[in-house]
Design a protein around this ligand. Structure first.
Ligand code: ACO
Length: 438
């Protein structure tokens, strides 16, 4: 049996049941066990049998699917894609190989990878109409909604009825065109001419070329920068059922196509509590630097229950230990700054801030540690990426994860449209009152 199939079979094995008592009824509910030992109670029968639903705002305790893509142990700080440690992938794989792994479940053979890379490389251009489309947006538009709008608009160019082949083509187009869209959005904000993709560059080098070259000056892509960018994309490539991925699944569950679902995922990622935090982190460091470099005042505000300020890049719904991506990025950050011979006061501020919080009972008791966004922004800055575009870099990285999750959902034997329930707390039935009587 292939490792994937073996793991899936193992995941079905639990003979246990859980009991729930509602009023005078006791219900036996099936227990599901994952391949890494996580347990879940299947409450599917609860409402049918008792009329009750479960309540879990923010879905902190609700499993929405079975998934064989990404494993996280938030207590131990472990993250694996298809069983492979992300640290190994970031060191030894490439972003496109990792994308293949996430989407297909196994590492590619050499031929599979060569064909995939060639396919992606050949589809990097955007239809020329997109220049007018993006030009019509204001110069100061944030690149995230520009990307969401453009990815959504791809649907209007590729209208084939959905089939396995059309989905395969959509996957190639999305992965190929995302960097072009991101670079176009950046060039638009500068008022500079768009730079066309180069098929002789690898994925990350091509993105850097499109962002920083101009028609009047050649631009030499630094291989150190391209390698760091590729590793960043790998570290962001999937993170199981987070806000944007759940959005992609929910939108896709209505049978909306891949472009529409991914466009919704980009919008969800933009929020400052999710991917948008990487921009907010650097803005926070800059604010601390402007205030003289002492983070204590900022930390005091983040701890004050009456102040909505949060320490950006800190805390995580799942990690109650150091986020393994942040651990990797902290070291990578130092290495990249050294290699590029850049000194950045913000790295000192980040490290100082982290040191204080690791000793502060507020953060220790709540198990709040740096997350992926805490150090990624400092690296992006060193690589020359503008702050506004940080979350776009995250979106490029997360794309294969969204695609893999969308595909998995569509092939799930338990597939149903996503549709949470609610407990209604509004007015009881009442008669309409005409304007004169109000
Ligand atoms: N700064 C200060 N206090 C915090 C922070 C923070 N960054 N994060 C959580 N807390 C506190 C909360 O106030 C709460 O305290 P309380 O128990 O006294 O009320 C406690 O820690 C638990 O926090 P919740 O909000 O319940 O945690 P939740 O799982 O809902 O939120 C989240 C997780 C959104 C990531 C949160 O930690 C946060 O807002 N962090 C800052 C934004 C950020 O960095 N987001 C990126 C996350 S990674 C990603 O999406 C790619």
């Amino acid at each position: 049996m292939a490792p994937q199939a073996e793991a899936e079979a193992q995941a079905q094995d639990s003979q246990d049941t859980a009991q729930i008592r509602v009023g005078d009824r006791t219900l036996d509910l099936p227990v599901i066990q994952g391949t890494e030992g996580e347990m879940a109670v299947d409450i599917g029968a609860l409402r049918k049998e008792t009329g009750y639903i479960t309540m879990d705002p923010g879905f902190g305790n609700t499993g929405a699917c079975r998934s064989a893509i990404t494993f996280i142990d938030g207590e131990k700080g472990i993250l694996r894609y298809r069983g492979y440690r992300i640290e190994d992938l970031a060191e030894q794989s490439t972003f496109l190989e990792t994308a293949w792994l996430l989407i297909h479940g196994e590492l590619p053979t050499k031929t599979e990878l060569d064909d995939f890379v060639e396919d992606v490389t050949k589809h990097t251009m955007l239809n020329e109409s997109f220049r007018k489309f993006m030009d019509a947006l204001p110069r100061d538009a944030h690149p995230m909604p520009m990307c969401a709008a453009t990815v959504g608009a791809l649907t209007t160019f590729y209208q084939q009825p959905e089939s396995e082949e059309s989905i395969r083509q959509s996957i190639i187009r999305l992965i190929a065109k995302m960097p072009t869209i991101a670079a176009y959005a950046y060039k638009h904000s500068l008022g500079q001419p768009f730079i066309y993709p180069r098929n002789d560059f690898d994925y990350s080098s091509n993105l850097i070329h499109m962002m920083f070259a101009t028609p009047c000056a050649p631009y030499e892509v630094d291989p150190v920068v391209a390698k760091a960018m590729d590793a960043l994309f790998i570290l962001h490539a999937d993170h199981e059922q987070n806000c944007s991925t759940s959005t992609v699944r929910l939108v896709g569950s209505s049978m909306a196509n891949l472009y529409a679902s991914i466009s919704a995922g980009i919008s969800a990622l933009w929020g400052s509590l999710h991917g948008g935090a990487n921009q907010k982190v650097v803005e926070m460091f800059e604010a601390i630097e402007r205030g003289g470099g002492d983070p204590e005042a900022y930390i005091a505000r983040a701890k004050d229950p009456d102040d909505p300020t949060r320490l950006m890049g800190f805390g995580h719904r799942v990690y109650k230990n150091y986020d393994p991506r942040a651990k990797y990025l902290k070291e990578a950050c130092r290495q990249v700054l050294d290699r590029l011979d850049v000194s950045d006061k913000l790295l000192e501020i980040a490290q100082g801030l982290e040191e204080i919080t690791l000793r502060d009972p507020y953060f220790v008791d709540r198990k709040l540690y740096p997350n992926v966004d805490f150090y990624s922004g400092v690296i992006y800055r060193a690589l020359g990426i503008p702050v506004d575009a940080f979350t776009v870099m995250f979106a490029i990285g997360r794309l294969p994860g969204w695609i893999a999750q969308w595909l998995e959902m569509r092939h799930d034997p338990d597939f149903r449209i996503g549709r949470p329930r609610q407990v209604y707390t509004g007015a009881n039935e009442r008669d309409y009152v005409g304007m004169d009587a109000r």
